[in-house]
Design a protein around this ligand. Sequence first.
Ligand code: CO
Length: 146
Amino acid sequence: MLKKLMIVLMTVNFNFAFAENCSFDVYATDQMSYNTKEIVIPSTCKSFTINFTNNGKMPKSAMGHNMIIAKKDDIKKIISDGLKSGITKNYIKPNDERIIAHTKLLGPGEKSSFSLTVDKIKNGDYVAFCSFPAHEARMNIKLSVK
Ligand code: CO
C-alpha cells in the first residue's frame, strides 16, 4: 500500500518538473497594461505556451487587448497595418508574415492561449505587444530565452 502511494507521488513530481516551466499565464488590465514586462522562456523547452487573459471590465471597443509575437524592429509597421485593418480584424493585418503568433482582440474576461516554437525565437529580439491603438508604449513584453 505504502509502496503504491510512493510510486504515485513520484510520478506526480516527475510530471510536474517537466511541465511547470514551459508555460506562462499573463493578463491585461483596464489600466492599459500587462502584468509583466518580461517573460523568461527556459531554453530546455521545445514549445512554450502563453495563456493570455483580459482581466479588465471595460468594453472591447474602448479597452480591448490582444497579444502579438514579433521582432522588435517590426512593431511599428505591424501596428500601422493593424490600424488600417481595424477593430473587426483585431487590429491585425490578416496573414501578416512578420507575426509569428497572436491572439484575437480580447474583451473583458476573455482568454486565449497559443504556443511558440522556442528554437524560432531563440536568436531574435522578440517581443509580445498589444496593437490596440496607442497601447503598445505601455503594453510591451520582452521575451528572452535563457
Ligand atoms: Co491593449
